[in-house]
Design a protein around this ligand. Structure first.
Ligand SMILES: Nc1ncnc2c1ncn2[C@@H]1O[C@H](COP(=O)(O)OP(=O)(O)OP(=O)(O)O)[C@@H](O)[C@H]1O
Length: 245
């Protein structure tokens, strides 16, 4: 098992954000985190990345306990957050070189070359982030996260705000990660993305995992007799929460 999340509870300012969240992600799997706004997806990603601590529960990656905050744990995973994190005064290439040196990668320049080739980051790597489209930046962020050769990639809404063309490019990049045997956890509001990209999904609502399985399984669970779209299944699950909550 690549990621094990066991009974995680997390609160902020006295309010429960995640309640008893358990999740298992297999090695080489693309797992999608779905759910309405405010369900707790980003909070879970932040906990997995070691950027915040849960109140209780356990997170393990490849057998390494997150609570230990070890270098080994941090090196297991690469995080691609929602917002652009490239330095505005550095070119993409300079930023990548800085990251590679911070990671202590021996031949930093060669590694940057290799990931740029892998993720088709051409001559535009010499440009400053403000000159690049959202899709280019997002692809470069995925490439940068790969510099330390992590086993697990955490992608927080990687294709939000991108046109269909750019979105497909991001999907290709994510498929490359899977082909390389990486485990990917991805949050998304795009049902097409979940359907086309994710092996399995977990649906969060008000801080709880209420479904874990395939997208087909979720559609079937909501409407066993008649085939419905994933979007309709999503809305039904989200609305059921509003009625009971
Ligand atoms: N540091 C914090 N202090 C107080 N509340 C917080 C904090 N971080 C998150 N929250 C709250 O926790 C809830 C879950 O937020 P989170 O960003 O994890 O949801 P999400 O599922 O990623 O939402 P979205 O789909 O809109 O990105 C929200 O109600 C948010 O306001």
């Amino acid at each position: 098992m690549s990621i094990i999340v066991e009974k995680i509870c997390c609160s902020r300012k006295g309010r429960a954000i995640l309640q008893d969240v358990s999740l298992m992600v297999q090695v080489g799997e693309i797992m999608g985190l779905l759910g309405p706004n405010g369900a707790g997806k980003t909070t879970l990603i932040r906990l997995l990345a070691g950027l915040a601590r849960p109140d209780s529960g356990r997170i393990c990656m490849f057998g390494e306990d997150a609570a230990k905050r070890s270098v080994k744990f941090r090196r297991l995973m690469g995080l691609v957050p929602q917002e652009n994190t490239f330095e505005s005064e550095l070119t993409i290439e300079q930023s990548m070189l800085c990251s590679a040196r911070l990671y202590g990668i021996a031949n930093a320049r060669a590694k940057v070359e290799a990931v740029c080739r892998e993720f088709q980051i051409g001559s535009w790597r010499k440009k400053y982030p403000e000159k690049l489209s959202g899709g280019m930046k997002r692809r470069a962020m995925i490439a940068r996260a790969m510099l330390s050769s992590p086993q697990v990639l955490l992608l927080d809404e990687p294709s939000v705000g991108l046109d269909p063309d750019m979105r497909q490019e991001i999907w290709q990049a994510v498929k490359k990660l899977k082909a390389a045997g990486k485990t990917v956890l991805i949050t998304t509001h795009y049902m097409e993305e979940a359907e086309k990209l994710c092996d399995r999904i977990a649906f969060l609502r008000a801080g709880q995992v209420i479904y874990q399985g395939t997208t087909a399984g979720m559609r079937q669970k909501i409407s066993p007799q008649q085939e419905i779209s994933l979007e309709d299944a999503f809305v039904a699950l989200a609305l059921a929460g509003r009625r009971t909550g």
